[in-house]
Unconditional design. Structure first.
Length: 350
């Protein structure tokens, strides 16, 4: 009986000794080095080309439409004749006042000569001269009305809608045409809250448009960013073209907007696989000098850059983080780092 107990104790001691000799197996992990920021980055947003304004065009005077020179979809230039009214009555009004003006002007000229000969009082001459000036104003008003029977394009653009036809009567100010102004077009896009926070670091903007097998890119200038998010937590940004608007662009066209921005010096990049959530806190495992891992809380930008995560705080460039198997690790656990496979010794055969 005593011999059996001693045998069991010996086996137990041998077993403990063997276990202590071999030790617990170390977990193997891949490690990546946190890289410093590149100094700048580019983000792409979907945008839409919009006209600077939609203009409603109408005559400044009432009348019957005599002729319309354009139709919907017509591209027009500034100063181009769009439509005209029947101007017969307006011409008669001008002719009648011209005859009256010429008559009064002759009378004023005779009165001036009489005044110079002291045959007319100065007061009577001044009244005649004032009457001539009033008549001149009336004549100019009628000439303006005659000119208003012609409607011209105020700027370059496209006729979007024609609201009346030949022979119809229109009042002064009634919109005969709706015109899209192409003198200046803009690109509108919605940017994320993360991008909006970096608005002071924006350095450049480009508009990209696919044209066949090629992509055309146009430099742009920031016009405004509305400092209030919409229901989707997006901020409306408006961009203007540098120089003339490309003829290939039309209102309503979808484009891509590339936003260049300077990157914060403290930002570092790590693989997305290195980031995990622990008790609601974004974290990474940092490899220590004694081959143990330490859970470190970090701040991560909401938008990844490809397969990389941007760490804005909590980690410095050069730190080594576990990039695979992060969910199985424990705080302070000792690990075995798996080296990067050789590009020439595939499969470690040599």
């Amino acid at each position: 009986m005593k011999k059996s107990i001693y045998l069991l104790l010996l086996l137990a001691m041998c077993g403990c000794s063997e276990g202590e000799r071999k030790g617990a197996p170390l977990r193997s992990v891949y490690v990546a080095e946190a890289q410093g920021g590149s100094g700048s980055f580019s983000r792409i947003f979907a945008g839409v080309v919009e006209e600077d304004a939609t203009i409603n065009l109408g005559f400044k005077t009432a009348g019957e439409i005599k002729k319309i020179f354009v139709k919907e979809g017509t591209r027009v230039s500034a100063g181009q004749l769009l439509a005209e009214l029947d101007d017969a009555d307006y011409k008669l009004g001008v002719e009648a006042l011209e005859v009256q003006y010429e008559q009064v002007r002759n009378e004023v000229e005779r009165a001036r000569r009489l005044m110079e000969k002291k045959s007319m009082a100065d007061n009577d001459y001044e009244k005649a001269e004032a009457g001539l000036k009033q008549l001149a104003v009336q004549l100019q008003v009628n000439k303006n009305k005659l000119a208003y029977t012609r409607l011209y394009a105020p700027t370059d653009g496209v006729i979007e809608q024609v609201n009346f036809s030949k022979g119809e009567m229109v009042d002064a100010g009634t919109a005969v045409f709706s015109m899209i102004s192409s003198g200046r077009m803009e690109v509108v896009c919605d940017i994320s809250a993360a991008a909006y926070r970096l608005r002071n670091d924006f350095t450049g903007f480009q508009c990209a448009v696919a044209s066949g097998d090629s992509i055309s890119r146009y430099p742009m200038t920031l016009l405004s960013i509305i400092p209030k998010a919409d229901g989707n937590q997006l901020y409306r940004m408006r961009l203007g073209f540098n120089g003339a608007v490309p003829s290939a662009l039309t209102p309503g066209m979808n484009v891509e907007v590339a936003v260049e921005a300077a990157e914060a010096d403290s930002a570092v990049m790590v693989p997305l696989s290195a980031v995990f959530i622990h008790e609601g806190q974004t974290s990474v495992w940092v490899l220590q000098n004694d081959s143990t891992v330490e859970r470190t809380a970090v701040t991560v930008a909401p938008e990844p850059k490809g397969k990389m995560a941007e760490i804005s705080s909590g980690l410095s460039a050069g730190s080594k983080v576990v990039s695979a198997g992060v969910s199985a690790l424990q705080q302070g656990e000792k690990v075995k780092v798996i080296g990067k496979p050789s590009e020439t010794n595939v499969g470690n055969l040599l």
